[in-house]
Design a protein around this ligand. Structure first.
Ligand code: G4P
Ligand code: NA
Ligand code: NA
Length: 191
């Protein structure tokens, strides 16, 4: 998606450890008119698919998922991250191991909001190692819902998450795939 790539080149900041900061338009301050264009692009890429629900994970996926959900005219559910070991109530839950943050956490979704009749599109702002997405896919499986696909705004193509999902046959649409970034020159190469 050209306007997204242009915006990443213009406003993205490359930080130590291959971190791409896009705080000024994606995951701190949010450019909602860009979000709307992103929503329309996902709509084009999943044209003809029946989708009943958008599923994302807190925190930074929520903003973009809401705008996408409005374009698809379906509800959006976000998985909650929790440290609690004993989860009471009727929930789907699985563990996510974050290499980035060096910790394991549980994610939960209430059974009330996901079930066998749902056709689910996963949405998130970033994909790196993809552990959060794997957790969401596990929850979709546990619920008996159908996984239609996953839409990612920025994929770090040099980390394994995206290609692992494609290898599993998941319909993954990433709007910008960063193949490499150079902290010194600021150069970003897209796939
Ligand atoms: P992981 O398995 O290493 O944890 O990788 P994953 O792809 O699940 O991404 C982990 C977290 O790091 C995600 O946020 C993701 O958005 C964020 N992330 C990874 N690489 C970058 C990057 O280069 N730039 C930015 N801005 N974010 C990146 P999260 O843990 O779900 O937290 P939250 O921010 O959504 O609350
Ligand atoms: Na994030
Ligand atoms: Na996120």
């Amino acid at each position: 998606m050209q306007i997204l790539k242009d915006r990443i080149r213009k406003d993205g900041k490359i930080r130590e450890g291959n971190v791409l900061k896009v705080d000024s338009f994606l995951n701190h301050q949010m450019d909602v008119s860009l979000f709307r264009e992103i929503g329309k692009e996902f709509k084009r890429r999943f044209e003809g698919e029946e989708i009943t629900k958008i599923l994302t994970i807190e925190a930074s996926g929520i903003g973009i998922a809401c705008v996408v959900a409005e374009v698809f005219n379906v509800p959006v559910v976000f998985a909650k991250k929790t440290q609690t070991k004993n989860i009471a109530g009727d929930v789907y839950t699985t563990q996510v191991e974050s290499y980035t943050h060096g910790r394991i956490y549980d994610i939960i979704v209430s059974r009330e909001f996901l079930g066998p009749d749902d056709k689910v599109l996963l949405i998130d702002d970033f994909m790196a190692n993809g552990k959060a997405m794997e957790g969401l896919i596990q929850i979709v499986k546990d619920s008996g819902a159908q996984l239609v696909g996953a839409g990612i705004v920025i994929e770090k193509g040099f980390q394994p998450g995206g290609d692992a999902l494609r290898d599993q046959g998941v319909h993954l649409e990433s709007l910008a795939i960063v193949e490499s970034m150079d902290e010194k020159t600021g150069e970003i190469v897209f796939r």
